[in-house]
Ligand binder design. Structure first.
Ligand SMILES: Cc1cc2nc3c(=O)[nH]c(=O)nc-3n(C[C@H](O)[C@H](O)[C@H](O)COP(=O)(O)O)c2cc1C
Length: 192
């Protein structure tokens, strides 16, 4: 599959087979995060690979709302990667101009991870619903780091099809012209 096919094939996979991801593949995937672009090439990030089931099971528990566990599916993920960042001096300067480059850097690197995993037939789902303070403690993250987002990873429980990894149908997206403008907001980018 080329990169365009991988992007179209990707889905948020939330049902995983009880199979560990091979260390060699994890390293291959994380290498793609290591080489991702970052503002001023600061690479002020850290990726924590969580494969301890006790820690993974704890993540949804930490955001339970009464009986309701919003991300209950996460407890069965064989692996979760926490995308963490700290702020370099250039990030602080960028913030003065209203830019959140520290968050963008991690988001790009995590997207590299997500797409690299997809290319290897490994499903993934971003998770923004977690208790930062409690998870930081659980992961022993130094105080100057923050967690931007989590990415659950694992082989899909259901077989993949040509339509999507894990046999998952695509979710609806807005129309092209509703999200793309040419030069000024609202001006359509005409078809060639
Ligand atoms: C930053 C971010 C946070 C997300 N957080 C969650 C989450 O907490 N729980 C969840 O089940 N899905 C989460 N998702 C997955 C989205 O719901 C999913 O990407 C979206 O519905 C589109 O579906 P698709 O990824 O299958 O195309 C998140 C996605 C992103 C990009």
């Amino acid at each position: 599959m080329d990169i365009f096919e991988i992007m179209r094939w990707r889905r948020s996979v939330r049902k995983f087979a009880p199979k560990k991801i091979e260390l060699e593949k994890l390293r291959q995937i994380l290498e793609m995060a290591r080489i991702a672009p970052s503002s001023s090439n600061r690479q002020a990030w850290h990726f924590i690979v969580i494969d301890d089931p006790a820690i993974i099971k704890e993540i949804p528990k930490q955001v339970a709302m009464g009986d309701k566990v919003v991300i209950s599916w996460l407890k069965d993920a064989p692996c979760v990667i926490a995308g963490c960042y700290t702020k370099a001096v250039t990030h602080h300067i960028a913030t003065m101009f209203g830019h959140n480059n520290h968050l963008i850097d991690v988001a790009i690197a995590m997207t590299h991870i997500c797409l690299a995993a997809t290319a290897l037939g490994i499903g993934s789902c971003f998770v923004g619903w977690f208790n930062t303070k409690r998870l930081k403690k659980l992961l022993g993250l130094p105080a100057h780091y923050q967690i931007s987002v989590l990415l659950a990873l694992g082989y899909p429980a259901d077989g993949s099809t040509d339509e999507g990894i894990g046999g998952i149908k695509p979710r609806a997206r807005k129309e092209f012209d509703d999200v793309v403008s040419l030069n000024r907001y609202g001006q359509k980018l005409r078809k060639a």
